[in-house]
Design a binder for this molecule. Structure first.
Ligand code: AP5
Length: 216
């Protein structure tokens, strides 16, 4: 299954993707996670990406398309993947279609997770991430059992640099301008499923699972 998770910053793409990995045994491919790892490792890619990420802007299409082209050919992604945070522009969506077609593949499902902007700001300002495994928590809505310690791996939690309110608002503006047109793009191609991203995390997962099973 080749799946795209669409949605604004903070919609819960990462949270849901982690649950989907368990159920469908296919990897999450998050361009945000790949870019943050590059920033952390101080690579050339990281140096190039950091200035865009810190401002809440998109990293250039050519850079992220190259990342995805290499990643989805890796052995663990041959049987399917969950794309989280890619594509984010029409140019990226068209490039993805071509890369997949060249490899005899196509997108099977596009799940769009929908949440309004003010809820997103609340979620992102309260988000904490695990330094080791990237698991996502919230100081109020999704707390770890022990403060500042990841339930999954025991790693230390931190706040992302781009989770400051001013940067969050810029990321939302970029989402509405450059990424939300993808909803129409995929609606026209068929296979788009829209899921209400508010409410209980496991109820949202149940809705996603029903959509993927065709029983929603
Ligand atoms: P990226 O890392 O992709 O960030 P994003 O899209 O902004 O998404 P987030 O990770 O912020 O949110 P999420 O939807 O995964 O939410 P989460 O599950 O964590 O990108 C970062 C940057 O990298 C971009 O700004 C750009 O610069 C660059 N980049 C990445 N991809 C790119 C691309 N393709 N092209 C160009 N540039 C690119 O949940 C959020 C919080 O809410 C958590 O605290 C969680 O616990 C909580 N939560 C989750 N679900 C619920 C719920 N149902 N109720 C209450 N709280 C909830």
């Amino acid at each position: 299954m080749d799946i795209i998770l669409l949605g604004p910053p903070g919609a819960g793409k990462g949270t849901q993707a982690k649950m989907m990995i368990e159920k469908w045994r296919i990897p999450q491919v998050s361009t945000g996670d790949i870019l943050r790892a590059a920033v952390r490792d101080g690579t050339q890619l990281g140096l190039e990406a950091k200035s865009f990420m810190d401002k809440g802007e998109l990293v250039p299409d050519s850079v992220v398309i190259g990342i995805i082209e290499a990643r989805i050919k890796e052995p663990d992604a041959v049987g399917g993947f969950i794309l989280d945070g890619f594509p984010r522009t029409i140019v990226q969506a068209e490039a993805l279609e071509k890369i997949l077609a060249d490899n005899g593949r196509k997108i099977d499902h596009v799940i769009s997770i929908e949440v309004d902007d003010e809820e997103l700001v609340t979620r992102l300002t309260g988000r904490r991430m695990c330094k080791s495994c990237g698991e996502s928590y919230h100081m109020v809505f999704n707390q770890p059992s022990v403060e500042n310690v990841c339930d999954a791996c025991g790693g230390e939690l931190y706040q992302r640099d781009d989770d400051k309110e001013e940067t969050i608002r810029q990321r939302l503006e970029v989402y509405h301008e450059q990424t939300s047109p993808l909803i129409e793009y995929y609606r026209e191609r068929g296979g788009l499923r829209e899921v209400d991203g508010t409410g209980n995390i496991s109820d949202i997962f149940t809705q996603i699972a029903a959509n993927l099973a065709g029983t929603a």
